[in-house]
Write a protein of this length. Sequence first.
Length: 202
Amino acid sequence: MEKAALKEHRRHSTADKPFSYYISNIPEYFPNAPMHWHKEFELNVILEGEGDFVTGDIHFTAYKGDIVLTPPDMLHAVYQHDDKRCVYDTLDLDGSMLGSRDNDRAADAFIAPLISGAYSIETHITPEHCYYSELLTTAENMISAAKGDTPLLDMLIKSELLRFMFLLTSRNTVRCMSMVFNYADATRKCESRKISLSKRSR
């Protein structure tokens, strides 16, 4: 079957609200999520059980706590694994949530290639990932904000989505994060020194 025929007709985002959230339960809500694609990123966090996922050419079983991220326009599907139940959060996010209309260097170097598929990213994130805890917290924050469903919380989704993508896409993530943490540590030491000097001057 040609890819065009597998495009999902359900609308996941609008200009006013560029995302949608829903919870999925296989097989209780539906027997599977058959092969399809759409223009949004899809973020899944497995809450219970396990399921067989397909993202592009990659097939894997995802377990409780795993994160699955499918880029825009990529074929993907979810099937029941060994008659097991799979409950997972789903957040579909339009590329505009990343500021894709901007023309700064970050947008040109990373965001536009992420949306177009020119920049390859990890689609299956497990507890073995070096930044798993940060990625899971960020994903959970986005999902919680989507459930809250207010314009103010939309800003939180955008900021957390940028952080999520930074952790996944930076080729020098370890070095970059080390720089961030070192800077934060230096800032704390500087502030502590200021307080100490201030006390001495009294």
